[in-house]
Design a protein around this ligand. Structure first.
Ligand code: OAD
Length: 254
């Protein structure tokens, strides 16, 4: 593992344009459950029942109650962990340019990353399905389910449900970043939901090195990624940053 950390630090230092693709796994150490695997949301709920736009349209109150009510409490308390902070440090060092995230938790922005493409939207904002008015989720009273706008319309979160399109700008900017980068860090995603999972493939096809950070192998492992740093995002990112700091300090001394 130490060899791979060293190798990652070297590739990060020599890369010209680094992009990160993140998924639910990077927020697990912040107390937000992932979707798949042990303890995942989809173990508790059927994704087609709570995560599909058709279910929401059919019965918004039910979806609000069982899924978003729970998420709002979790998200309101979550703070960035060493995984998010590490990516923010990489931007501060001038190494990382863009984060493409599938997460709706806003933790990359809280950690300090300034160019975050929210591929699946976010939970920080809601909008009225009747008049389009936008409101911050924290300002909306969720004791009334489904929450309603002054106009009487129902609020929905500004996130992407199954069955919906990825916002055009997010998709186009992600494709551009993936084709442009020479290194893509893929952190905490099972890489099974498209088209997000295709971004590392685009990067690879354009000659970039792809490095994964995940406790488990994914469909990208051994196919698209050069190697897998196997472990928790927070722990691995902390080691990478420490190695980069050591290298920079040694350079200053010499
Ligand atoms: P998943 O829940 O599918 O995958 C989470 C990944 O994180 C798995 O590969 C885990 O092995 C890994 N993981 C778990 N703990 C970790 C840790 N501490 N550090 C790093 N990795 C860890 O989440 P996503 O890939 O983000 O879509 O799922 C993609 C999309 O599926 C989501 O954006 C969501 C969901 O349905 C929508 O809501 C549209």
């Amino acid at each position: 593992m130490e060899d791979l950390i060293q190798k990652t630090a070297e590739v990060l230092t020599s890369a010209k344009y680094v992009v990160a693709l993140t998924g639910a796994g990077i927020s697990v150490e912040s107390g937000i459950p992932p979707f798949r695997g042990k303890g995942g949301l989809w173990e508790k709920f059927d994704p087609m029942e709570v995560g599909h736009i058709d279910s929401f349209m059919k019965n918004p109150a039910r979806v609000w109650k069982i899924f978003m009510g729970e998420m709002k409490t979790i998200l309101a308390q979550a703070k960035p962990n060493d995984g998010h902070k590490g990516l923010a440090r990489l931007e501060e060092m001038g190494i990382l340019k863009t984060v493409i995230t599938q997460n709706v938790d806003g933790l990359h922005q809280l950690a300090g990353n300034t160019d975050v493409i929210e591929f699946h939207g976010n939970f920080a904002w809601l909008y009225c399905m009747a008049c389009g008015k936008r409101r911050r989720t924290v300002d909306v009273d969720l004791s009334q389910i489904p929450p309603r706008c002054e106009c009487g319309g129902i609020f929905r979160p500004d996130c992407v449900f199954f069955g919906e399109m990825i916002p055009t700008e997010a998709l186009e900017r992600s494709q551009e970043a993936a084709s442009r980068c020479d290194l893509m860090l893929v952190v905490g995603t099972s890489a099974v939901v498209q088209p997000a999972a295709f971004m590392p493939v685009i990067a690879r096809q354009h000659g970039a090195t792809v490095i994964e950070i995940n406790p488990e192998p994914t469909p990208l492992t051994g196919m698209t990624s050069a190697f897998l740093l196997q472990g928790k995002a927070g722990e691995i990112m902390k080691k990478i940053i420490a190695r980069l700091d050591e290298t920079a300090a040694a350079k200053r001394r010499s």
